[in-house]
Write a protein of this length. Structure first.
Length: 225
């Protein structure tokens, strides 16, 4: 199919006497990409910041995630310890090399911290989200050594830290932030959009948490960056 298409396009270019690399043609394409019209964005999450955060947490809760709001990132380790303790989980936690997580005072807790990608034997993990989407309660995590993708799916319990300033109103806004951060052609290898813990209702329409990943998702929202 692709060979036939290439032959058709080559014939069109020969008929027009062009090869597609002419500067005026390239300028037209670049201008169209730069000024691509934006699609419609739902208005429900486009209000004030406080309202957007409320919608995000409400939608995340509807998807069976739990959450906590903290004033500073320095409070994240204590909140992670509380979550594990309240759910009778062992005080062990795996994380990647994210500098934001590394700067938090984990030593002030009794948690046993390990770093690196999960090999499947970890019960608990913590990651730092790149962004979140208020309209659906979705977290956006980028792959890499900072936040290995294996931590999103292999441990039973996943704690995700996200900054309030990174909670976007819509997916379109989040994508725009990603393009601004990475530039052209430097997208991460994997981008995971996570809405609540893993679940499935395929078997007799009975909701089962942890079907394909973590059975618990706990969001730690940092109010002041």
């Amino acid at each position: 199919m692709s060979n036939a298409r290439d032959e058709i396009f080559a014939g069109v270019r020969r008929a027009l006497g062009v090869d597609g690399r002419e500067r005026p043609r390239r300028s037209l394409v670049e201008d169209r990409l730069a000024r691509a019209p934006a699609g419609p964005i739902p208005a429900r999450a486009q209000g004030a910041v406080a309202e957007r955060l409320e919608i995000f947490l409400s939608e995340a809760g509807r998807a069976h995630a739990t959450f906590a709001r903290i004033a500073s990132s320095d409070e994240a380790p204590a909140e992670a310890a509380r979550f594990l303790r309240d759910n009778n989980l062992p005080a062990v936690l795996r994380m990647g090399s994210d500098e934001r997580l590394a700067a938090m005072p984990w030593a002030a807790t009794a948690l046993n911290i390990s770093t690196g990608a999960s090999q499947g034997g970890d019960l608990n993990a913590v990651s730092h989200a790149f962004a979140a989407v208020a309209e659906t309660g979705t977290l956006i995590l980028l792959s890499g050594a900072e936040n290995p993708t294996t931590l999103n799916f292999l441990p039973d319990n996943h704690i995700v830290v996200v900054r309030a300033s990174d909670v976007a109103d819509s997916f379109e806004t989040a994508w725009s932030s990603l393009r601004q951060r990475t530039g052209k052609a430097v997208m991460p290898r994997t981008l995971n959009m996570i809405t609540g813990p893993s679940r499935s209702g395929d078997i007799e329409q009975i909701l089962l948490l942890g079907a394909h990943g973590p059975r618990r998702l706990h969001i730690v929202l940092v109010e002041n960056d």
